[in-house]
Design a binder for this molecule. Structure first.
Ligand code: NDP
Length: 333
């Protein structure tokens, strides 16, 4: 295990005399484009002709078709959904990159590079600046003059300056040089593992525990389903605990809970740990080997049969129906 290298600040000078295209004006795209522009960078947007195009134009950006934006830029931030990026990249971005002497290509996630679905040409610095922050929160933090964490990676360094480009982009999108801002030197593979393993471990384990809790207390102990949902997540207590974890750490936030709760949580975490670690280990291996990527890619090539079926089952579940009634009563729907 190596200690992380923390980077707290960087210089945007490498981007100053360049045109930076932001490809995709969605969650990340609109936030990153707006913060880059506020930081003095010449930004253009590449998008399909739809509502996101109109929003980018309304926000005052020159907007072009994706191939035209790639053609007009020296640096491109590819901020489109990961499952769509390979088609868009090979169809519209790479032909333009190949005509250039040098190009810098940035991704906000490691997925497509890790699994080889995108392989940029040898004239390209290939960097990753992966925010640990959702899009609208990036804008909110920018307005509050705060930074946020990012993971950096370099998979191809033809100019010898790829790490400097990654740091310059991190600074340009508002992550560094501000309270709360930190970049960690990482890699496309590490980012992919960390990101997917969150989604495949504590997320579904927590969802499974909540569903099991709901079924046990309502079916076997006659508890009110609405009271169960309020206890689990609808009261908002869970989000307060998550906020306390983010602000003070997982260990120290435990002091906020009653002593009975502390005792129950500490001892049961120990009781579950070995079983859960085995589950996490299996998921990590599936991500690292590419097995999960193969499974997901297969489902997409079959019209997302499994994903659509899972949505249908979830929406028709007893939990969803009771949740709907409760949320309407609470005025949230
Ligand atoms: P979004 O789902 O918000 O979509 C981004 C853009 O892609 C939109 O402008 C969208 O247009 C456009 N788009 C959709 N389909 C197509 C298509 N077929 N051809 C061309 N453009 C298309 O993506 P995110 O911002 O969530 O994700 C972008 C990247 O950032 C991904 O790599 C993701 O992993 C990464 N990331 C995302 C985070 C987040 O907060 N969501 C956090 C950290 C990293 P339209 O709106 O019209 O559909």
């Amino acid at each position: 295990m190596k200690d992380a290298e923390f980077i707290l600040d960087a210089d945007v000078v490498l981007l100053k005399d360049r045109t930076v295209s932001v490809i995709g004006y969605g969650n990340q795209g609109q936030s990153q484009a707006r913060v880059l522009r506020d930081n003095g960078i010449n930004v253009i947007v590449g998008n399909i002709k739809d509502a996101s195009w109109d929003r980018a134009a309304k926000d005052g950006f020159p907007v072009y078709a994706i191939d035209e934006a790639a053609k007009r830029s020296d640096v491109a931030l590819v901020l489109i959904p990961d499952e769509i990026a390979p088609d868009v990249y090979y169809g519209e971005i790479e032909p333009e990159i190949r005509k250039k002497k040098h190009f810098v290509l940035d991704f906000a996630s490691g997925y497509n590079i890790t699994y080889g679905s995108i392989k940029p040409p040898p004239n390209t610095d290939l960097v990753m600046v992966a925010p640990r922050m959702i899009g609208f929160a990036i804008l909110d933090l920018h307005e509050k003059k705060k930074g946020y964490p990012v993971l950096l990676g370099v998979a191809q360094d033809v100019s010898g300056k790829a790490w400097e480009y990654a740091k310059a982009i991190a600074k340009g999108i508002g992550a560094l040089g501000l309270p709360g801002g930190v970049a960690i030197e990482s890699s496309f593979e590490e980012e992919t593992l960390l990101d997917l393993l969150s989604e495949h471990s504590w997320g579904p384990i927590m969802s499974a525990a909540m569903r099991a809790y709901f079924d046990v207390v309502t079916e076997e102990y006659g508890a009110s389903p609405e009271a169960a949902i309020l206890e689990l997540y609808a009261s908002g207590e869970l989000s307060e605990v998550a906020r306390a974890m983010a602000e003070r750490g997982m260990v120290e936030q435990m002091a906020d809970h009653s002593r009975t709760s502390q005792y129950g949580q500490f001892t049961r975490t120990e009781r579950f740990y070995d079983t859960v670690k085995e589950m996490v280990r299996k998921e990590a291996a599936d991500i690292w080997s590419g097995e999960f990527a193969r499974e997901w890619s297969l489902d997409q090539s079959c019209g997302s049969i499994v994903l659509n079926r899972m949505w249908k089952i979830a929406r028709e579940s007893r939990l969803a129906k009771i949740e709907d009634r409760l949320y309407k009563t609470l005025g949230r729907r």
